[in-house]
Design a protein around this ligand. Structure first.
Ligand code: FES
Length: 273
């Protein structure tokens, strides 16, 4: 199964829960070079005759040649390693990007296409191209919510436990699982059962934890509403670093403006026990 550029081959067990998400590196062959050789000038000496072979000088030259090759080899390996392990990709600041639907139409806050009862997965990558987020329309006002009812929010779609992503982590509308979370909406990861409350901010930001095994809240994307045009932008993130990243801004390529929310997909849902 391929979802947002990620391939799954099994069901919701730990084998599909990468603890880290690899960054993509590109080596610049122009930078992988060995240093130039060193040329030394020697005093001129008479050429030995064909029968005048100086064994001592020959041995000295052999040793010098071997030493030079070793020095060049060491320097070459060091130079190669320096360029073969590039600095981690990322960004110094959060970009401001407009959100579009997959058909190219701008997301408008006052007429968001998906009701608070919809379980369709609307996912966009931000701020890096390997950091998916859920775009949700909650039943009512929520911390960080935008739009006329302050209900449009976005959270990381990378579970903070071991990194499961959609379709295994998804939104559960009010009443989807009886009285769980008091019958209110929640976010649930079926890999190991972590649940998050999108209507409650944890200290430091992010969706508060309802149940573990996660010990970290779900990072929240800062959405900005342009009330003149009704358009929606992503402009930052609060809470802990996205799972698998040392910093939310490090470990991938920064997205370009605008970003597209992927077409709706059916989540893998199962009520928490
Ligand atoms: S990865 Fe374990 S609960 Fe989500």
């Amino acid at each position: 199964m391929t979802t947002f550029g990620n391939t799954f081959s099994g069901g919701p067990d730990c084998s599909i829960c990468p603890s880290s998400r690899p960054a993509f590196f590109r080596l610049d062959p122009e930078k992988i070079r060995f240093p130039p050789g060193v040329v030394r000038r020697l005093d001129a000496v008479p050429e030995p005759g064909p029968d005048e072979v100086d064994e001592a000088k020959r041995s000295t030259l052999k040793l010098a040649l071997i030493g030079g090759m070793l020095a060049l080899g060491t320097a070459g390996v060091a130079s190669f390693l320096r360029f073969a392990v590039p600095p981690p990709a990322g960004s110094a600041t959060y970009p401001r990007v407009q959100l579009l639907y997959s058909d190219g139409t701008p997301v408008l806050a006052s007429s968001y296409r998906y009701a608070s009862t919809s379980t369709d997965l609307i996912v966009f990558n931000y701020p890096l191209d390997n950091e998916p987020n859920l775009l949700l329309n909650l039943p009512g006002p929520a911390p960080g919510g935008i739009g006329p009812t302050q209900s449009l929010v976005a959270f990381s779609a990378v579970c903070q436990h071991l990194g499961c992503i959609p379709p295994f982590i998804s939104y559960y509308p009010p009443g989807a699982c009886g009285t769980f979370n008091g019958g209110r909406a929640f976010i649930h990861c079926v890999c190991h059962g972590s649940t998050y409350n999108p209507a409650v901010s944890a200290p430091g930001g992010g969706a508060a934890i309802i149940t573990g095994p996660t010990v970290s809240p779900l990072p929240q994307v800062i959405l900005v509403w342009d009330q003149t045009t009704d358009q929606v932008f992503a402009a930052g993130e609060v809470g802990p670093a996205v799972k698998g990243h040392s910093s939310t801004l490090v470990g991938g390529n920064v997205v370009f403006n605008p970003v597209t929310a992927e077409a709706p997909q059916i989540p893998t849902q199962q009520c928490p026990v």
